[in-house]
Design a protein around this ligand. Structure first.
Ligand SMILES: Nc1ncnc2c1ncn2[C@@H]1O[C@H](COP(=O)(O)OP(=O)(O)OP(=O)(O)O)[C@@H](O)[C@H]1O
Ligand SMILES: [Mg+2]
Length: 232
């Protein structure tokens, strides 16, 4: 992706489930864009399972995104909705009498957008995650007007999850930028799975990530150089 093309393009990163590699892929995208000299922000607007700290609730995904982007902004710009229990966000919000407002997320996003060229927004869980009694991630993405990248965690069952996820995102009226193949198991027949998904998903494969026994930002970011397209 050229620097010019990446300017003003931002993405929303979702996945086939929770724990499928959304954060690893988001960090890889940020690093790759930084390598091109772009100013990038990461965002994790809603997070559960947060740690209690003296400064307030902290989510490790949001902290990693903030650390990598090296932005001097308040933590709450990156993660306006942190919740302590590791449960669904609308339930976590309910427990503390809070209502997740899309407007608040939009305001934080707009503030960040004044500082950077690109914002990479990590979702929470999979696609059909409710954020309050009426709305789900769909409404967040439609309001942000961002193309979606789907991280497919390659493991048994992922073909079904990937097809359902991509079909639903398209039906929900959101734009799809492509998908990332992210292996989660050492002993998994990755190639057959990727070929099947390439045949059945009408969106580009943006990257095939390596299987890593330990997090390695350079090798994840390098994987994005091949087949990485700007949605705009
Ligand atoms: N390419 C990979 N190779 C090997 N293991 C991976 C890979 N990507 C992710 N994992 C494993 O999956 C775990 C979860 O990854 P990650 O935190 O990126 O998922 P997530 O989708 O962001 O999760 P959450 O829903 O909690 O935000 C990692 O800690 C790692 O153990
Ligand atoms: Mg994550």
């Amino acid at each position: 992706m050229s620097k010019e093309k990446a300017m003003n393009s931002s993405w929303f990163i979702t996945g086939t489930d929770t724990e499928v590699g959304k954060t690893w892929c988001t960090l890889a995208i940020i690093q790759q864009l930084k390598n091109q000299g772009l100013r990038v922000a990461g965002m994790k607007p809603i997070a559960t399972g947060c740690r209690v700290s003296h400064a307030g609730l902290r989510n490790s995904d949001a902290e990693q995104l903030l650390q990598l982007t090296e932005l001097q902004v308040p933590y709450t710009w990156i993660n306006p909705y942190p919740f302590e229990p590791p449960i669904a966000p609308h339930l976590a919000a309910q427990r503390v009498g809070q209502h997740i407002e899309i407007e608040t997320i939009l305001n934080r996003y707009a503030q960040l957008a004044t500082l950077v060229d690109v914002i990479v927004v990590e979702g929470i869980g999979g696609w059909r995650v409710p954020i309050n009694a009426q709305q789900s991630l769909r409404e967040v993405v439609l309001a942000l007007n961002l193309p979606v990248i789907v991280v497919v965690g390659l493991r048994l069952g992922c073909i079904n999850h990937a097809l359902l996820t991509v079909e639903t995102i398209a039906r929900d009226g959101c734009q799809l930028a492509g998908w990332i193949a992210n292996p989660l198991q050492a002993e998994f027949e990755v190639q057959g799975c990727i070929e099947t998904l390439q045949e059945r998903l009408a969106i580009p494969l943006l990257a095939q990530m390596p299987y890593l026994t330990a997090f390695n930002l350079t090798s994840l970011a390098n994987a994005l150089k091949v087949g990485w397209h700007s949605p705009h």
